[in-house]
Design a protein around this ligand. Structure first.
Ligand SMILES: [Mg+2]
Length: 390
């Protein structure tokens, strides 16, 4: 079966004020979507979502450039599929090349599954799980100055929706409002109490902590049964990760920005992470599974990063189902109606899990009027927030 064409569709949706999420540096004002579609000679179309953290229009440009070798190639010829080169950078304007390669790879896998009449998970591993646990990832709308209790409300909403594992962030700039690890842990305790028994809350530090802060926070989270602490430091500060691990047994996770398995090597070789977080929208399913197998060989778990729309979540979910060392997948809870509004069948998440049985490919079909309902909006998804941190 040969590939006839490859094209890219861009879509967006502005967040309403209450939907916007905010970090220490910027406020997110819109959700973006990049879908790569691979059409086969029999009319079958495979689709994959590329992380829009590059620039969506540049990703589309790269898809067109990288597709020259794909047109006319056999669907199962791996050598025709572009590989990421490890230059993606999440959160800033990274290499759109790798995001494009990732979207193509996911679309190829979707097409392969549709042709074979099997889920991508089953193609990757005949013994793949049918059910994938999903954790609710959000807790990123609270402003320490205005109303930190928004964090508690968000956690309650996720638990009410059936999730038993949640991930939250650190909120707006700590120095601006004299926030300490102890003050954060007090708010965390309120969220835990609101969530009720059996709910576990992970924390993503988005590379913002100093060593002393990280040690205090990690010890506090460890004593509260948190599942993991994500990216306490920038992913260039390997020595800080090594030092933190001397002070806590709390699992430390990271790697969401990496787009090639080579980038994970020092982290796995030197035991700096307990959980790695590759993302099919950043590196593709093929590369993600390579990371997963290497991680398994050194006893490290895989919990994919998945911070955009439903098609990407399904790509990551299929990889989780196929990998023996992947206990769950992330679902972004602040993407708004774009996330599952693009799915013809709506959200597949039921009580915090996705059932992949009886699905073909990634198990996801787009609505027919995607571009009319969510027209593309150019420009960056975030506006910078300036705060005097003296
Ligand atoms: Mg993260």
């Amino acid at each position: 079966m040969r590939i006839r064409s490859v094209r890219t569709t861009l879509a967006s949706r502005l967040h309403s004020t209450g939907e916007q999420w905010i970090t220490d540096r910027y406020r997110s004002i819109k959700a973006d979507l990049v879908v790569v579609a691979v059409e086969l000679e029999d009319g079958t179309v495979g689709i994959g979502e590329a992380s829009p953290y590059g620039i969506p229009a540049m990703i589309a440009d790269w898809v067109e450039w990288l597709s020259r070798d794909l047109i006319g190639a056999d669907l199962f010829n791996d050598r025709a599929v572009p590989r990421p080169n490890g230059t993606a950078t999440i959160g800033r304007v990274g290499s759109s090349h790798d995001f494009a390669a990732a979207g193509i790879d996911c679309a190829i896998w979707d097409a392969r599954g549709k042709i074979r009449g099997a889920s991508v998970a089953r193609l990757l591993n005949p013994d793949a799980d049918d059910r994938v646990k999903v954790y609710a990832s959000g807790g990123v709308r609270f402003d320490w100055r205005k109303d930190p209790n928004v964090l508690v409300e968000d956690v309650r909403d996720y638990v009410d929706a059936g999730y038993d594992t949640v991930k939250v962030r650190l909120g707006t700039a700590w120095r601006w409002d004299r926030v300490t690890p102890g003050r954060f842990l007090d708010l965390y305790d309120e969220a835990l109490a609101e969530a009720g028994p059996g709910v576990r809350i992970a924390v993503d530090a988005n590379c913002r902590l100093g060593l002393e802060e990280a040690i205090e926070l990690a010890r506090g989270l460890e004593s509260r049964g948190a599942p993991f602490l994500e990216e306490p430091f920038p992913n260039t500060d390997l020595a800080l990760y090594a030092e933190l691990k001397r002070h806590t047994f709390l699992p430390i996770s990271g790697g969401e920005s990496f787009s090639s398995h080579e980038q994970y090597r020092p982290w796995l070789e030197y035991g700096l992470l307990d959980i790695v977080q590759p993302d099919a929208g950043v590196m593709g399913i093929t590369e993600l599974c390579l990371v997963g197998r290497t991680a398994e060989s050194v006893g490290v778990q895989v919990i994919p990063h998945s911070w955009h729309n439903g098609l990407m979540a399904m790509a990551n979910a299929n990889a989780v189902a196929a990998l023996p060392n992947a206990p769950m997948v992330e679902e972004c809870m602040v993407q708004g109606p774009l996330k599952w509004g693009i799915a013809a069948a709506g959200s597949p998440v039921r009580e915090g899990s996705i059932d992949l049985s009886d699905r073909h490919g990634l198990g996801f079909e787009l609505i027919p009027d995607l571009e009319q309902r969510f027209p593309n909006i150019e420009g960056h998804y975030g506006v910078e927030v300036f705060r005097d941190e003296r």
